[in-house]
Design a protein around this ligand. Structure first.
Ligand code: UN1
Length: 496
């Protein structure tokens, strides 16, 4: 049954002023409409910004541990609703149910974790160089923050951003991907039930290029956080620089797994299957390049191809499904285009390589888990983000060569090394130039209490999640207070 959702502005569910709506579909079966959502106009965004502005003074002055209690309550309500929300993620986004539940678990984890941050939010107290004077730094919120989120983690990523923004004392407006408005509405419904005051959390739905950009660049917004495509992210970077507005960006990846000749091949095999084909390759952290030492190359390709060709495509609610659909036709076509490009560039397609339209699968965009061998680092399929179930195998002769390939792309989100040699693992840790490095584990599966962020073109250097050093640093700003109780003019740097 189609769920009719509204915008959430100033504590109330509202129809868009112009009455326009759009639908989100079940990617596994596009005959099914999941939600009917508001196509917001500028005036709806204006209303949300006004609500967030008027809620800000009281919310930002509420002691952080009190704000944190509402985050904790959100964690509890998410836990209670985990199954229902996980199924909604699978229905609206397509990932298999175990991952749909994982998406919700990530939101639970971050709300509990950020609730703890409410009792930290540390600054520093340090001695002054002058007598009878003290100095401290304190964290203050930025104001109204605009959060624009993607469809691939439709509960977890909004939760990363909202939890950190709210505990720091900001008020927020969430604009979710138009592929997944029902997931965002379900999360906001839980925040409302947890007791966040009206205007503290707002939701506006609508297309990214209109509603999203209008919101992010709105004069009433103080900071922006965006996760999505590189093209949109880079355009925003320029706009935000003109507006002098803080922007946290998470964009693409071209993550690599390196297998040295002393790797545990069975372990690496599981890691490559999980990183390459989990979420149908639609994670920023997906393992789309596998760099294999020449001594184990043929043996590894053989076992990998065998297992990849056995993966079952299907709807995500079916517990026997390994790989779900692509989010929509446009993404599916983009992936198919890369499959053509890879072959034209001279890579060898060893398994998969086409869309499946057997039986019920004809109503979604399902692409077979695909592996290319004979890929060279210069090929487009080895450099550009595909965001589908496609793995490119690149042969290497040494650790140094592998490292150069890992680091030789514009992206720098995640990387992984499989080796049993402690020295090699230490070198990977130091030399892989990515925001996240995994040793003997796949490129996916970041935990919420550590910063999540890409280097170079993968991000803006303001990581998501984590506490200090992570999202707390972006969603708060430092104020330094010097208090002089000497009763006389004291001059720093001059009086000795
Ligand atoms: C993303 O792909 O955008 O580490 C986020 C992971 C997840 C988050 C991925 N915890 O793969």
């Amino acid at each position: 049954m189609t769920q009719r959702i509204g915008n959430f502005i100033d504590g109330r569910w509202r129809e868009p002023r112009d009455g326009n709506r759009f639908e989100s579909l079940n990617p596994a079966d596009t005959r099914q409409t999941v939600a009917d959502a508001p196509l917001s106009e500028r005036s709806d965004v204006d209303d949300a910004v006004a609500a967030a502005r008027s809620a800000f003074p009281a919310w930002s002055r509420l002691p952080a541990p009190r704000r944190a209690e509402l985050l904790y309550r959100t964690g509890e309500l998410l836990t209670r609703n985990k199954q229902r929300l996980g199924e909604l993620v699978t229905k609206e986004m397509g990932k298999v149910i175990a991952e749909g539940l994982g998406d919700v678990q990530e939101a639970i984890d971050i709300f509990y974790y950020m609730a703890g941050e409410g009792r930290r939010l540390q600054g520093e107290t340090v001695p002054s160089e002058l007598p009878d004077k003290d100095c401290k730094s304190i964290r203050e919120p930025l104001g109204v923050v605009a959060l624009v989120t993607p469809w691939n983690f439709p509960i977890a990523i909004p939760a990363w951003k909202l939890s950190a923004a709210l505990v720091c004392g900001n008020t927020a407006i969430l604009k979710p991907s138009s592929e997944t408005p029902a997931c965002a509405a379900a999360l906001v419904e839980i925040l409302a039930a947890a007791g966040f005051p009206p205007g503290v959390v707002n939701l506006v739905c609508g297309p990214g290029e209109e509603t999203g950009e209008y919101l992010l660049t709105h004069p009433g917004v103080n900071a922006a956080s965006f996760t999505g495509s590189c093209a949109a992210g880079e355009r925003l970077e320029r706009r935000m620089a003109e507006l002098h507005r803080p922007l946290a960006l998470e964009m693409g990846g071209k993550n690599a797994i390196v297998l040295m000749d002393d790797a545990d091949l069975e372990l690496a095999l599981e890691g490559v299957l999980w990183g390459g084909f989990g979420t149908s390759g639609q994670r920023c952290t997906a393992a789309s390049r596998v760099i294999v030492h020449e001594r184990i190359h043929d043996r590894f390709v053989e076992i990998l191809v065998k297992r990849a060709s056995q993966l079952r495509l299907g709807g995500g609610l079916d517990p026997t499904t390994d790989v779900g659909p692509l989010i929509n036709e446009a993404q599916g076509r983009k992936v198919l285009n890369y499959l053509r490009i890879g072959q034209e560039e001279g890579a060898r397609l060893v398994t998969g390589g086409k869309r499946t339209e057997e039986g019920d699968l004809a109503h979604g965009f399902f692409i077979e888990p695909t592996i290319f061998t004979g890929v060279t680092p210069a090929m487009r399929i080895a450099r550009e983000e595909i965001f589908g179930p496609v793995v490119s195998i690149i042969r290497c002769g040494s650790f140094d060569e592998a490292t150069a390939i890992v680091n030789g792309v514009p992206f720098g989100l995640s990387s992984a090394l499989y080796s049993r040699d402690v020295n090699t693992t230490a070198r990977a840790e130091r030399e892989f130039a990515t925001g996240i490095v995994y040793i003997n584990a796949s490129t996916i599966g970041a935990e919420v209490h550590l910063p999540f962020g890409g280097w170079r073109h993968s991000g803006s250097g303001h990581p998501e999640a984590g506490g200090r050093g992570g999202a707390i640093d972006f969603f708060s700003r430092m104020k330094v207070v010097y208090r002089d109780f000497s009763g006389r003019l004291q001059k720093a740097q001059i009086d000795k």
